[in-house]
Design a protein around this ligand. Structure first.
Ligand code: AMP
Length: 184
């Protein structure tokens, strides 16, 4: 059973790789960023609440993402594994996830730390052209990553639930490495 979360700075390739792996394993790819962007497009109450934070590269309040993750992981297609992309993003969310999985009777998640250097990710993000990919917002998202999300590397490391993959490599090399990890 594969239950993976992806850590790593914006632009490290979490979205690309987690989608490939989820397709390969035939399990859901659950991206909190994608779900929030869709909510903004649809102008749902969630989207309206999240938009200002996202435009500025800030994290949206825990409650908003925790509610959507709880609902999503309880669905029938999530009972045979999943890949979470973009959640948890801070220690409070990791604790929430741990408790949620226990409540749902699902086993613990393994974290993949897809690490990449700042200059590599900035170049990639500037080429992507998403609304929150302006240079100023990218810098803020990297800062938020270092302050809030990077501590999760130790959080999962301490629990012996961490694997690290070098995200400076080509996408194909990263995929190969990830498939080997899953097979191990
Ligand atoms: P992403 O697509 O993962 O880069 O996420 C885009 C934006 O959505 C982030 O910059 C945050 O504003 C918001 N977001 C996504 N996931 C989370 C989360 N787990 N906690 C808080 N905000 C999130």
């Amino acid at each position: 059973m594969t239950r993976l979360i992806f850590l790593g700075p914006p632009g490290a390739g979490k979205g690309t790789q987690s989608k490939i792996l989820a397709d390969f394993l035939n399990i859901p790819h659950i991206s909190t960023g994608d779900i929030l962007r869709q909510a903004i497009t649809d102008q749902t109450p969630l989207g309206v609440k999240a938009q200002g934070y996202m435009d500025q590269g800030e994290l949206v309040p825990d409650q908003l993402v925790e509610d959507l993750v709880k609902e999503r992981l309880d669905k029938s297609d999530a009972q045979n594994g999943w890949i979470l992309d973009g959640f948890p993003r801070k220690v409070t969310q990791a604790t929430f996830l741990e408790e949620l999985l226990a409540k749902l009777g699902q086993g613990e998640a393994t974290a993949v730390n897809l690490d990449a250097e700042d200059d590599v990710v900035i170049t990639r993000l500037l080429g992507r052209g998403r609304k929150d990919d302006s240079e100023e917002v990218i810098r803020r998202r990297l800062e938020v990553y270092r302050d809030e999300t990077a501590p999760l590397i130790n959080y999962y490391g301490d629990r012996e639930k961490l694997v690290t993959v070098n995200g400076n490599q080509s996408p194909e090399e990263v995929t190969t490495e990830l498939k080997n990890i899953i097979a191990a």
